[in-house]
Design a protein around this ligand. Sequence first.
Ligand SMILES: [Zn+2]
Length: 178
Amino acid sequence: MPHVLVLNASYEPLGVVPLRRALVLVLENKAVSLEESGAFLHSATRAVPAPSVVRLKRFVRVPYRGPVPLTRRALFARDGGRCMYCGAVATSVDHVIPRSRGGQHVWDNVVAACRRCNHVKADRHLLELGWRLRHQPAPPSGLAWRIIGTGHRDPRWMPYLQPYGADDALERIGAAAS
Ligand SMILES: [Zn+2]
């Protein structure tokens, strides 16, 4: 089932919902379709264009949602699908300070890594290996990251996500997907 990007009345990205749910919002006049996917949904009497982006008609106040959830997908997008030690294609998640030595599973301490680096590094500190990170890991910021982290994506969403932190992520999503 395709997914649809939902924007607040203010155009802020709110989340991603299944197409059926988005269609209900539009049919109940709670949202307007901003982009269509090109597909049609057929009922008994008519064909409705399937939305790809919808905007709520009424502003919804969203409580502060805390940091972007740390998921494998979001992490790979942040790191461009590349090993943060050597730049090769990443296949695993590495804890910079190993968990066995007190490292936490937080944005500042996880990086995408290739199989080889992850294996060689094992449970050692970077100082012991003389390795350096290509970038200092940090939590991604911007509402767009919540959308990116879901793993759902659609090129039609990008103009709506770019003002909310997806600029850098665009290329990275491409890299992570290839
Ligand atoms: Zn590597």
